[in-house]
Design a protein around this ligand. Sequence first.
Ligand SMILES: [Zn+2]
Length: 441
Amino acid sequence: MVTHVMRLKIKTATVLRSSLTPEAMSNRFFPNPMPEFIPESTPSTQQELQEAVTVTTGGDSLLNLLAMPHAPLSQRLKRAALDLKETIVMETWGLTGQRVGDFTLYCGLLGTAFLLLKSYHVTCNTNDLALCSQIVKSCDAASLSSRDVTFICGRAGVCALGAVAAKHAGDDESLRYYLAQFQQIKLPKDLPDELLYGKGGFLWACLFLNKHLGQGTVPSSYTATVVDEIIKNGRALGQKRKCPLMFEWYGEKYWGAAHGLAGIMNVLMDMELKPDELEDVRGTLKYMIHNRFPSGNYPASDKDKKSDVLVHWCHGAPGMALTLVKAAKVFGDKEFLDAAMEAGEVVWSRGLLKRVGICHGISGNAYVFLSLYQLTGNTKYLYRAKAFACFLLDGAHNLISGGEMHGGDSPHSLFEGVGGMAYLFLDMVNPSQSKFPAYEL
Ligand SMILES: [Zn+2]
C-alpha cells in the first residue's frame, strides 16, 4: 500500500524530475488577476453598509469583494466558513458513521477537530468545542498503536489537541488523561528530524502544549534532549562555514517547511538554544537566502537548484517566508525581513495555485501575507491576504467543480482540502491574530 508519506514523496520526486517548460509552470497557478492594491471603501450610511454586506455576485464580484470594508467582508467570510464547517463535519464524521480511517491533522479527522476548535474560538459556540472533544476521543482510540509521533501526522497531535480542548472545556479528568498519554509517547531511534514525521514535528506539539497550558507543561529538560539530537544530526551533515546544519529525509536534503530546513529551523527558533546553536540556525538560514533561485523562490532540496517551480508551504517560498518572519523577530536582522518580503512577492505573483489547501494551495499561501502584515503592520499585506481569500470565496467552488482547481485527494481535509480554506476564512475575521495551522504558534 502506498502510504501518505510515500504519496508525498512520489509526488515531489515526480515534480523534481520532470522537465519543466514555461507551459508546465504556468499550469500550476492562475495568473494573478487582482490589482496591486484596492483601498477599502468606507460606507458612510447604514444603507451603504447593508449594500456592502449583500453585494451580489456577478462579473465583477471579485473586485466588489476586494473593495468591501473589513467588517462586512469578515462577516461574509465567517458565514462561508461556518457553512463549510458543517459540510466538513458531515462528510468526515457524520456520513462515515463516526469511524476513523485517517486520524491525522494533515488529511484526517484531527483536522476536522482542529477546525472545530478554531470555530469555537471565533464564535464561542460550545457545541463546536464539545464536538471537537468527541472527535479527538475517537482519534485517540484510533492512534493508540501508531508509531508516528508528530503534531501534524502523529499521536502527539491527538494528545496535545485533546489536552487543550479539555482545558477549554474545564474537563480536568480528560486533561490529565491526554497529558499522561503525551508523556508515554516514545520517540523511535530512527526518527527523522523534519516536521511532518520527525523530531521537529514532535517538538512543535510540545510548544503547542506549553503555549496553551502554560510554560513547563512539557519541561525544557525533556525537550532539550530532542533539540540536542537535532543539532547533532544537523551538524553531522552540515558544513561549518557554508551551511552549518543540514538534514536528510528519505535520502534527500530537503529545504521546505514540511520535510526540510525551513520547517526544522522554524521549530528550533522557538526552543531554548545555546548561543552557538542559535548561530548555526542563523547561518543555515543565510545559506538558504544566498542560494535561492534568482526569482526569489526557494529550491525544494539542496540538489534542486534548477527547477524553480514549487511555490508551496511544503516546498518553496511560502513556507520559507513564514520561517523568515520568525527569524526577523528572533534575530532582529534586516536581511531576514527583506528576504521574507521578497519571498512574499513570489507568492503574490506565482502563489495563486490551482489547489485549494493549506499545504500546497492558495489557502496556505494566503498566510504568508497575514504573517508579513503582523510583522510589518503594512496594509498592503493585509490586502494581499484578503485578495487570496476573496479569490477563493468568489471562485473556489466553481473552479473545483469545473475541474480547473484541484480540491485535494482528501477533499474535506485541513491540509489538502477545503478544511484549510474554512480555517483561513475564520482567521480572516481577526487577521492580526491569525496563525498558520501547526506552524505558527
Ligand atoms: Zn504540500
